[in-house]
Each structure stands twice: as C-alpha cells, then as structure tokens.
Design a protein around this ligand. Structure first.
Ligand code: PHE
Ligand code: ZN
Length: 853
C-alpha cells in the first residue's frame, strides 16, 4: 500500500474574507494544443490584514511572475501544493498589479476541469475550482472582478464572457463589465457555427443570441434557441429580471462533466442538453433541454449577479435556480405532472442520499472535495426548502422577499443567512427554526393519527428525524402540512389548508363535520418528509378516485402498488386493490393522459428495496424483481382490452411536436405497450420499432424488445443507423444493461465495455454504460457480485483520468449496507479495492471512505 496523504477538511467556521480587493482582471491567451500561454494582470488593493496568496494547480509552468512590471526573484515567492505565496516584502504598497505568465497543456487534460480540448475545440470548465488550473488567482467565489480577455488563436470562432470589443482574424477581445468570480469565467475557441436570433428585453435592450454547435449540427439546435427565448421572457414576467449584456452565447460541447454551466454571457452545455431532433431525441430529452437551458439562463441573476460567498453556500444559487426552473416548467407544461416527476426524482435520489452514509445538509459545514457536493441534497432538497418557505410566507410574501433579495444583494457574494434575512425582513416572520432545514441532514418521518368524535376530527402528528453521519440529535423542524378533507360521497368538504407544525408532537382539529371524511394529507408534497399513516387499501383507492389534489391522488395509487409489491416480495400474494383501482383510473378519459401514464408506472425496484429496508426487512433484489414482473403482468392480464384501446387511441398523428400534450399521449401509449409486451411477446414493440418516425417511440420499442428477448437484430439496425451520432449511441450503450435480465446485465455491460466504440473517457458514454447497469437494480446487485466488480474496475480506471466522474459514479454503491451478508461482503470488497488504489484522487477517496465508514 502506498501511504495515503491526509486530505484536508475545509470548515465553514474558518471563513475569512480575502485581504485584497480585485479591481480588474486582464487575461491574454496564446492558444496551442499542448503549450498554451496565459498572461494575467490582476489589479489589487489591500482591504485587510494578510499576505497575498494565490491558488494555482501543479500543472502551471511558471514563465514569469511580476509585480508592477518588476519580475519577481525566486526568494519573493513560495509554491506549496496548489498555493503560491508572495513575500510581503515583494509588495510595493496597498495597490499594485500582479502579473503571471504560465504555460499549460490542454491536450493532456482528461479531467475536463480548467482549459481542455473536446474534439479539437478549446473550452473551459471552472466551477468550482477549475480556474486555478488556468492561472494563479484568488480562486474563491467572494473575489469578484470585471474581466478583459484577449484570445490569440487560429481557430475561427473565439468566445469569452461579456461583450465583444474587437474581432480580427486570429484575435478576439472580450470585456465583461459585471464583476464576477473566477468560477464564472469561460473561453471557447473552435470551428463552430451558430444558429442566431435576437431578443428585445423589457427595457428595449436588443440582445444577440447564438447557439454554437459543430458544423452539421445546426439543424438540431433550434429547440435550444426557442427554449432560451422562452426563458428570457419568463424571467422578465415572473421575476422582473432582465438580461444585462449585448450578447448571450450558448456552446454545445461533447466532453463535459456535468449538464451545463452558467458562465456569464457564455453558457457551456453538454451537447446532449442542446441537440435535439425528432429522429434522435425523446420527449424526455426535449423536456430536459428546455429546463436546463432555463436553469442556466436563470443563473444570470441567481448565481451570477448574486453569487455565493463560499462553496458551503452552494445551495443558495443551486436550490433557488432549480426552484425557478421547476416553476418555469410547471408554467409551460403541466404543473401537477411536473410536481409528481420532481417528487419521484427527489425520492429516488435525494431521499436515498439522505438515508445513507453520504447524507449531508443542504448547507454542509465541512467538506474535503467540493466537487462531491453537487448533490441531489444541495440541488433538489435546496429547491424543496424554498418551496416550503414560499408555502409558509405565501405568494405575496415570497414576491416581496425576492424583490428585496435582488435589491439588497445585487453584486454580492451572499450567504444562506442573508437569504433568510430577506424573508424575515420582508414578512416579519422569525425563521430561526426554519433554518434547520438548511443545517440539518436527514429526512423527517412524519406520523399522522386520526381521532373522530361527534363531528370533530383531530389529526395528531409526530415528527422524528433519524440520525445522520455526524448529527445524532435532531431538533423538530417547521413542517408545512397541506391538508384537505374529502367527504364520503367523494366531494371535497374542506379545501386545502396549511397546518404549520413546529413541535415534535402536535394536534390540529377540524370541527363541525357532518360525516367522517377521508384526510388528504401532504397535498402537493408540501414538505420533503416520509409520511406514515394508517389507511387501508379501500381508503387509498378512494383517494385515487376522488381527491382533488393530483399529487395525493397519484400518491394513493403508488402506495397501493408499494403495498402489493412489499407483500409479494415477502412471499405474500398480490392484493387486487391496486389492479382494480388502476383499471378504473385508466379508463377515465377525462383524466390527463400524462397523469394516467404516471399512475400506471410501478414504483422502481430500488424504491421497494428502500421501503423494505426502512421497515427493517433485508431486501432481496431477485424477489423484488420477480414481484415487480408479476404485478405488471397482473395489470396486463386484468386490463388487456383497455390497454389495447389506449395503445390505439393515444396514437399521435401528424408531424412530431415535443409539446406537453403530444408527449402525454405518447407516454400513455408507450406504457400501455410496455404492459402489453408481457402478453404479446414483443410483437407490438417490433412493429412500432419498424414504423415509428421519432426516437421517443423507437427507443421505447427497442427497450421493450430487449425485455422480450428479441432485440438482437433491432439493436444492430439501430447501431448501424446511428453509428455517427454519439448521443444516440449513448442510449444504445445504456439500454442494453438497463433492460437486460438481471442475471445477464453485468456480463452484457462487460462485453460492451470491450468494444472500440466504448469511448470511456467521454463522460456521457461512461455514464451511459455504468449508469445503465446501475439502473438495473437486480442486475447491479446480482448475488454473484459481478456487477460490483465490473463497476469497481471501471471506477478505478476512470479515477486516474477524470476524478470527478469516477467519484460521482461511485454513489451507485451508496445503499450497499441495506442488503444481505453475501452482497454486503462483495460490495465492501469492491469499495475497499477502490480505496486501496495507489494515487486515488481526493474526490474518490472522500466518497469511498464515507461509504465504508
Ligand atoms: N453550476 C452548474 C449548474 O448547476 C453545474 C456545474 C457544476 C457544472 C460544476 C460544472 C461544474 O448549472
Ligand atoms: Zn445550477
């Protein structure tokens, strides 16, 4: 074993302001694949005590360091790890210009952090701490400056932040007047073409809009442009926020670690979140592109104009921006459907995180590697917390608080305390207890008991949050509980009311009721908690049929399905309640097809495993898989005629449109097909695969054929047709292990990983294959341990090239402690093997050690 270097923990409590103000940053890039020269000039003014310390990665080759033009001598500075310290004696006074010329090698940058090459094009990724791999700098979000950038390069298109101030062949100059931290810096240089449009803002500023893609991809960029224009309009109408530069550029890049990045005036996107055509992208892809374009655009105000003081405050920008993009999608599409989708993903990703070894608060107070904190908790729970805040203060209070936030903090690097204070000041509410949602990890358990006497209904609630790593004792939180009452005839007798729970135990009464109602509770999923109540299947079926709240309606169906699956996974038989109730809902043509499609989906096998573990039962992935298949089969058999009718009547005729209405019909039609697939041996799917003109239907057909065991020829046809399209080929790599039978999934993944076109250094391709296997719950957790071994092998290999991707993918192991001794032993061995890898990155080391501990 190589000795491990201790990795340093960063603490929120250690925050100190930077001792210098940065008045302006000037950069000059001489681009070359393996020897790019970067010259910086940084105008500093002292504002506090302390030395001049700059961050700078070990890959920076120093050519010259100077202060006020005077070259520094070796004794004027010291370099230690990723830090450059300038001797106090070398500083001429309180105001000076520090300058550095360094050489860097973009061609060897496989971590895609800092300046790198993607398919011959230069691009950057600086959040969170990538700028230090470009030049020496105070690389922290509270040091903000206007930037002037000159790019010298033979590449035809040269882009940076802000407005263009000079363009000539081989050189471009950009000026960004808005002070920004280094993590929002971006540069792109390559052979690109734009689709262009323009937008006139509320106040009449005309903004040039460009979506830059590789030549040949222009015909797949139109939807991204439409989405951008919708986002700009929405932010003006709903938040009163206007764009503030003359140009807004979006660039699509094939090699990108994340989804997209909100660099000021120059958003850089993973190409899968820009490029779409009916033949190559699914309805889900379109919806995601629309929402991520909006998300990055909305960051211009929530993230850029107001940024974070330090990285502990990450959810200040991310939670709020996710909340805003969720509102945007609700407004453009169906609000109930969006809410249900968001809750599904919150439970699948954030609850899972919150209930395992990686649990942390939305605002953590320590970390070892910040890149490991771009999590579902920071993003999605961060957004849920804002939703609760809005529920508590009401629409008007929220609006007043947001106006005050933009007013008071424009140009600031702010904190969660600043954020909460604007709500307190705008509404007069004390948010001290509410703050626990930001500082405490864990998902509260909320229990509801009912008591009925003489027309009075009493609801007794109790809350408890289980311990999480480093936080054993949990205080009660403020929980907004949205409740409505449904009378025995199915009519709503009390409309939605928000009960505000603040104590560990608390009761609420409803008086003057004629007959005992059915309680519709946690409407709209009014708080991110696990709700526990005694309600029999008849009561759930009643809510599924009658509730006016679409979320609770859907939830009632999901509870019925979960109960059936849970009992079947423990050897019981399927209760007909779910099958009957779902049939009644399916045949109701007054109900939105998208909502019906959501109700027809079964809870994921992973979710059933989580529910069993929570009930103290060790989940067996194979039994859960069998129960899942059996329940789907029961639905198909009981409702075959109805499903056939839906498959026919939901067909969308005419050209493909990615809008919510058409997508809803396709969703219901395709889930009907997936159920029928269990009876027709893949016949319908095979026909649809041949005849469909759009990727939504073709891809659903292909996955159904894999499940029916008759996809060999179709997979080959698909591959030949799309061999030149990386994004579609990612789908091909993903679906094979994902839809495989569990006993073959790991072997199939291993075979695919040996192919020449498994370009594993491309993050999308890597995630497709490993994520595809992990999505196959019983396949990844196969008792022979092949899924664990395959995954560990590739995480080790990826860690040496791209630590961020390896560390993020390692979360597929996060639930390992739930399973039986045999599986635990095998997954622990895989994790230990990763931990023992020589020169393991700080990223993976932190993740793996937290999971093992
Ligand atoms: N800030 C980006 C977003 O949420 C995500 C991101 C983080 C991208 C880190 C790259 C690196 O939109
Ligand atoms: Zn974001």
């Amino acid at each position: 074993m190589t000795p491990k270097k201790p990795i340093q923990t960063q603490y929120l409590a250690d925050y100190r302001p930077y001792p210098f103000h940065l008045n302006e940053t000037r950069l000059r890039f001489g681009l070359s694949d393996s020897a790019t020269e970067v010259t910086s000039e940084l105008d500093f003014t002292r504002q506090g005590e302390g030395s001049l310390i700059l961050d700078g990665g070990t890959g920076l080759d120093i050519l010259r360091l100077a202060i006020d033009g005077q070259e520094l001598a070796p004794e004027d500075f010291t370099r230690e790890g990723e830090m450059l310290s300038i001797a106090d004696s070398a500083l001429p006074g309180d105001s000076f210009t520090f300058s550095a010329t360094v050489r860097i090698d973009p061609s060897s940058n496989t971590a895609f952090e800092g300046l790198y090459l993607s398919g011959g094009m230069f691009c950057t990724q600086c959040e969170a701490e990538g700028f230090r791999h470009i030049t020496f700098y105070p690389d922290r979000p509270d040091v903000m400056a206007p930037f002037r950038v000159v790019i010298d390069s033979e590449q035809p298109v040269l882009l940076s932040n802000g407005n263009p101030v000079g363009q000539e062949p081989g050189r471009a100059e950009w000026h960004d007047p808005w002070p920004k931290p280094a993590y929002l810096f971006a540069l792109v240089a390559g052979d690109l073409v734009a689709i262009s449009d323009s937008y006139a803002t509320q106040s009449g500023r005309v903004v040039a809009l460009n979506v830059w893609v590789r030549p040949g991809d222009q015909d797949r960029a139109g939807f991204a442009m439409e989405s951008l224009i919708k986002s700009m309009k929405w932010d003006e109408e709903v938040y009163g926020r206007e764009y503030d530069l003359d140009v807004f550029n979006i660039v699509a890049v094939d090699d990108f670690n994340m989804g997209a990045m909100e660099n000021k005036g120059l958003n850089i996107f993973n190409s899968k979140l820009v490029l779409a055509s009916p033949e190559t992208a699914t309805d889900a892809d379109y919806e995601r592109i629309e929402s991520v374009i909006a998300h990055e655009y909305f960051h211009n105000w929530t993230g850029n104009r107001i940024t974070c003081r330090d990285w502990f405050q990450l959810c200040l920008k991310e939670g709020l921006t996710v909340f805003r993009d969720q509102q945007f999608t609700s407004d453009l599409r169906s609000a109930p459907v969006k809410r249900i989708e968001d809750v599904q993903s919150l439970r699948a990703r954030q609850f899972r995180e919150d209930q395992g070894p990686l649990a942390h608060p939305p605002r953590p107070d320590h970390y070892r590697e910040i890149n490991n904190f771009y999590t579902a908790t920071v993003y999605e729970k961060g957004a849920e917390v804002i939703g609760m805040l809005k529920r508590l203060v009401g629409e008007d209070g929220y609006k007043a608080a947001l106006d005050l936030y933009f007013d008071r903090h424009d140009g600031d690097a702010a904190t969660i305390e600043d954020w909460l204070l604007v709500f307190e000041d705008a509404t007069g509410r004390d948010l001290a207890q509410f703050k626990r949602w930001y500082t405490d990890a864990g998902t509260p358990r909320l229990r509801m008991d009912e008591e009925w006497t003489d027309g009075t209904l009493t609801l007794r609630f109790s809350q408890e949050t289980p311990p999480t790593p480093g936080q054993d004792d949990k205080q009660p939180r403020v929980i907004p509980i949205a409740v409505g009452l449904i009378g025995p005839n199915g009519d709503e007798t009390r409309p939605t009311e928000i009960l505000e729970m603040t104590d560990a135990q608390q009761s609420f009464t409803f008086e003057g009721l004629g007959a005992r109602p059915v309680v519709s509770v946690l409407r709209g999923f009014s708080a991110p908690v696990v709700l526990d109540r005694d309600l029999d299947d008849a009561g759930r079926a009643f809510l599924l049929a009658h509730d006016t709240d679409p979320f609770v309606r859907w939830e009632a169906g999901r509870e019925l399905a979960l109960n059936a699956l849970q009992s079947m996974a423990q050897g019981g038989s399927a209760d007909p309640a779910y099958v009957d109730a779902i049939g009644r809902l399916m045949s109701d043509d007054d109900v939105d097809p998208a909502f019906r499609a959501l109700c027809l989906q079964l809870p994921a096998e992973e979710e059933v495993a989580g529910r069993l573990a929570h009930a103290g039962v060790t989940p067996d992935p194979d039994t859960i898989h069998a129960a899942h298949m059996q329940l789907a089969h029961s639905v198909a058999e009981a409702h075959e005629d109805l499903l056939i009718r839906l498959y026919q009547s939901m067909e969308v005729t005419g050209g493909y449109r990615p809008d919510a209405q058409d997508a809803a019909q396709r969703a219901l039609r395709l889930i009907a097909m997936a159920r029928l697939n269990l009876l027709d041996g893949g016949e319908r799917a095979a026909t649809l695969f041949e005849t469909a003109g759009n990727m939504t239907e073709r891809f659903a057909a292909l996955s159904a054929m894999i499940r029916a065991g008759r996809a060999d020829a179709a997979l080959e046809t698909f591959r030949q047709e799309f061999a030149d399209n990386r994004l579609v080929m990612d789908k091909w790599f993903m679906i094979q292990p994902a839809a495989a039978s569990p006993d073959q999934a790991a072997t199939i993944a291993a075979e695919l990983s040996q192919r020449d076109d498994f370009e594993w250094k491309n993050p999308n391709r890597f995630r497709a294959l490993l994520g595809g296997l992990a999505a196959n719950h019983a396949g990844f957790h196969a008792a022979d341990g092949l899924g664990y071994d395959f995954t560990a092998d590739w995480l080790i290999r990826m860690d040496a090239a791209n630590p961020q991707i390896a560390a993020r993918m390692s979360t597929v192991f996060e639930t390992w402690k739930r399973y039986d001794a045999g599986r635990r032993e095998k997954s622990l061995a895989a994790l230990q093997r990763i931990a023992a890898t020589p020169r393991l990155s700080r990223n993976s080391e932190e993740m793996v050690s937290r999971m093992i501990e």
